[in-house]
Design a protein around this ligand. Sequence first.
Ligand SMILES: Nc1ncnc2c1ncn2[C@@H]1O[C@H](COP(=O)(O)OP(=O)(O)O)[C@@H](O)[C@H]1O
Ligand SMILES: [Mg+2]
Length: 383
Amino acid sequence: MTSRNPFNFGDLALDESFTDREVELSELKSDVLNGQNVVVFAPRRYGKSSLVWRATQELVSDDDVLVAQVDLMRTATKEQFAAKLAQAVYEQIATPLFRARERASQVFRGLRILPVMTVDASDGTLGFSFTSGHTDTDVDATIEKLFELPAELSAERGRRAAVVFDEFQEILDIDPHLPGLMRASFQAQPDVAHVYLGSKRSMMERLFNDENEPFWRSAKQMELGVIAPTAFAEFIRERFQSTARGVEDSVVDAVLAVTQGHPYGTQELCYALWEETPDGETAADTSFRAALDRVLRSENAHFTRIWDDSPTSQKLLLQALAREPLQKITSGDFRRRHGLPTSSSVQRAVDALLDDELIAKDAPGAYRIAEPFLAEWVLRFGS
Ligand SMILES: Nc1ncnc2c1ncn2[C@@H]1O[C@H](COP(=O)(O)OP(=O)(O)O)[C@@H](O)[C@H]1O
Ligand SMILES: [Mg+2]
C-alpha cells in the first residue's frame, strides 16, 4: 500500500501537521489562563487559526477552560453574527457545562430575540439562526446578552472561559458599531480572555492602535512570523521519513530558500515535492524542480490576476524585487538599474503592495516579495 501525502495546505494544521510555535503557544495559553486579552496579527496563511486551534485544544483538555470560537469570515449581517455567537456559546460553553442538551439550550431564555433552533436530521446537532426584520435595538440587545453569556455561565460554575474571534477585521463590514458594543461589554469581564485574530494588518492596526477606536490598548499584541528554518527543516525530513520517502538536505534548503519559511507556501511546495518523489526514494534536485513547476502551474491563474490588476509602477517594482530583493529601493541607482519611475511613485507602489501583503519590509528601506512563489513566477512569466 502506498502512503498518503503527509503535507497539507489550506486546512488547519492539526496534530502531526503542526510544527514549532512553542513560544507562541505557551504564551497564548498563559494569557488565556490569566484572562488577558490578546490580538494575534499576521498576514493570511501564516498559521493564526492553526495556532489558536492548538492552544484551544490544550486549554480545553489540560486546563478545563471553556473556549468559544467564532469565525467572522462569510458573516454578512448582524443576525448571522448573532447566530454564530449563539452556536459557539451553545456548543463550546453551555453543552460542556450542562450535560443535558435541553438544559444547554435554555441558556438563551433571557435573549431579547430568541434564536430559531433547527435539528440536523443526520446527526441530531442543533443549529441556530435569527430571522431578519427585528429592530436594530433588539438585535443589539440580543448580541450584548450573547457577549455576556460566556462570562456569566463560566462564573456560575467556577470555570475559566475564553472567546476567540477569527478574521476579526471583518467586524467593521458587519456593522461599524459592533466594536463599541463589544468593548463596552468585554471591559466588564476581566476574567474572560478575548482573543482576536486578524489578517489584514492595516485594518487590525486601525482597530487596535488608534486612540479613537474602542479597542485602543485593550489587548496584548502578538505578531506571528514565519516558521524558523531549523524547525521547518526538521519537520520536512520527519514527514518524508514517516511515509517511507527521503529528502536530500540540499533539497530541504532549496525549499526553504524559495518559501522563506512561509507556513502555507512551505507545505504547498512540500506537498508537490512528495508527489514528485517515487515511493521508497529520496527527493533530489530533479524532483524539486518538477515540484516548483507544479506549484507555479497551479498558482498561475492567481498570479496572472494579480499581475493584470497591477499598474505599471507596481509591475516594475515586482520585477525589480524579484531580481534584486532587499536593496534600498528608492535609491537612484536601484531605480536606474530597474527602469523604475520617480521615488515618489515607487513609494506609492510600495505602499499599495505592502497593503496587499504581496511584499514585506525586512529592514528600513529593504523590501522583498512576500507572497510565496510570486518572485519565481515574475522571473519566468511576468513581462
Ligand atoms: N504550525 C504550523 N506547522 C505547519 N504548517 C502550518 C502551521 N501553521 C500553518 N501551517 C500551514 O499554513 C496553512 C494556513 O494556516 P492557517 O492556520 O489557516 O493560517 P491563517 O489562519 O493565518 O490564515 C495551513 O494549511 C498549513 O499548511
Ligand atoms: Mg485563519
